[in-house]
Every structure is written in C-alpha cells, then in structure tokens.
Design a protein around this ligand. Structure first.
Ligand code: ZN
Length: 246
C-alpha cells in the first residue's frame, strides 16, 4: 500500500466528506494513480481545480502519485500568487460566457437579466452542451457532478444546492465578475443584446396604459419583442439588485 497526504482549499472542501474538510488527511492506494483520478475519486470534479502542488511544486493532472507525496489542491483563487506555477489549463478559466445545463432555466434567465452572455437550450443533450462549451469557450453551469467529470469538459462550475440568488451570487463571486454585470442589456428569451428604441416609433405595438407610464423601451430584434419597466421588470429588478447588492 502507498499513501499520500491531501489538503483541499476554499470551496473545494464542499465536495469532500465532512471529516476531510479543511484539514490534512491521508489516502492509501495501490498501483499507478494519476492525481486527476485521485482527486475525482475523492469527489472533487477536476474542472473545479486550478492548481495542484505536489510537495510544494506545481504539477498537472497527469502527475502519477508517489509514496508519501503531499498535495495541496486549490480552486480558482485570484489572490494567490501562482504566476510562476503551472496552470492546469492552456486557456484562461475566466471566460465570462456561459452555458447552463437543461435544468437551470431560472438561473439562465437571471444571468441574462444581469447581462451575462448565457446560452440556454432545454433541448440540448449533454454532448451538445459540452460541444458548445468547447467551441465557444463557454463555462458550463450545472448541478450535475457527472457532467463535470466528462473528460473533455474544460470549464465548468458546479452549483451547490441552494436558493437561486445564492447560487448566482456564488458564481459571480467565484469568477469575480460583479463589475461586468450589465443589467437589462440582454433578451431574457434568446440572449441577444437589446437595443433601446424611441417610444414614438412603437406606440402601436404597446398597450396604451404602458405607453402612458413608461418612457424607456428596448427591443430584441431576433424575438421581435419589446421590454419596458412594467411590474414584471420591477420584480426581476428586485432580484437583480439583491444579487449585485453585497
Ligand atoms: Zn430575444
């Protein structure tokens, strides 16, 4: 039997069994095991990992574990100075484009309301999601650990169970993209950027009551749909404000 010592940092602890969180722990194993396999067998999707130190030196996912190795495993962690160390990915992780898995319709809608580029199609297969993620450099948001364990997933974030607002807050904080939010700049239905339109030009398309109360309108060309600050908008805005609030 060989043994290795592990310590996981920050959010990665959420994936571990309770007695392994925020502490050193030992794993006994046999034969040649790559660090990637080992990390996943401990419950942590490899897409959540950004840096691995083996005995103080950075290594990549293919590293074969040796007897008595000691590992520190980090998530994306901006404040850590890792400029001299091996990054696990050739492409930077911090893309600000997303694709949500088919169970995340609500998350997709609010990410769009915040102005983030969010591909969402409830008809997509897992393969389809992964292909779009790779072709368009989109980060996958999912509640499925299984999806993140597919070999060719390069950028993905696991959404822990919780309220919608908390889940979105966590993504924003994790990627540090709060300043990139542009609320109400995108169509909630199709993700296209909206354009503002003059009220005079669309009088015949909106209810008279609305045109009396609202002055700002925006338009989605691909859906041929108008948006204005009605009661539905106010409801979404309250949620958006809470998400960006602190
Ligand atoms: Zn649209």
């Amino acid at each position: 039997m060989l043994k290795a010592t592990f310590r996981f940092y920050e959010e990665l602890n959420c994936f571990l069994k309770k007695n392994r969180r925020k502490t050193d722990f030992q794993v006994h194993f046999e034969g040649n095991r790559s660090i990637k396999d080992m990390i996943e067998s401990l419950g942590v999707p490899h897409t959540e990992v950004d840096l691995i130190l083996a005995n103080g030196e950075s290594v990549d996912f293919s590293y074969i574990i040796k007897d008595d190795d000691r590992f520190s495993v980090y998530p994306v962690f901006e404040s850590l100075n890792i400029s001299k160390l091996t990054r696990l990915r050739k492409i930077p992780l911090r893309r600000t484009q997303f694709i949500a898995d088919i169970n995340l319709g609500d998350i997709a809608k609010y990410m769009r309301a915040l102005g983030f580029d969010m591909h969402f199609d409830p008809m997509l297969s897992i393969r389809g999601i992964i292909e779009i993620s790779r072709n368009e450099n989109r980060i996958i948001l999912t509640k499925s650990r299984k999806l993140l364990k597919y070999k060719d997933v390069t950028h993905g974030i696991y959404l822990h169970p919780g309220k919608l607002e908390e889940q979105i807050k966590r993504v924003i904080k994790y990627l540090d993209i709060g300043k990139l939010a542009r609320p109400f700049s995108r169509c909630l239905c199709c993700n296209n950027l909206l354009q503002s339109v003059e009220k005079d030009r669309i009088m015949e398309r909106i209810p008279p009551k609305t045109s009396a109360l609202c002055n700002e309108f925006s338009y989605c060309k691909s859906c041929d749909k108008y948006y204005w600050k009605g009661t539905h908008w106010i409801h979404i805005k309250e949620t958006v404000d809470r998400i960006l609030g602190d």
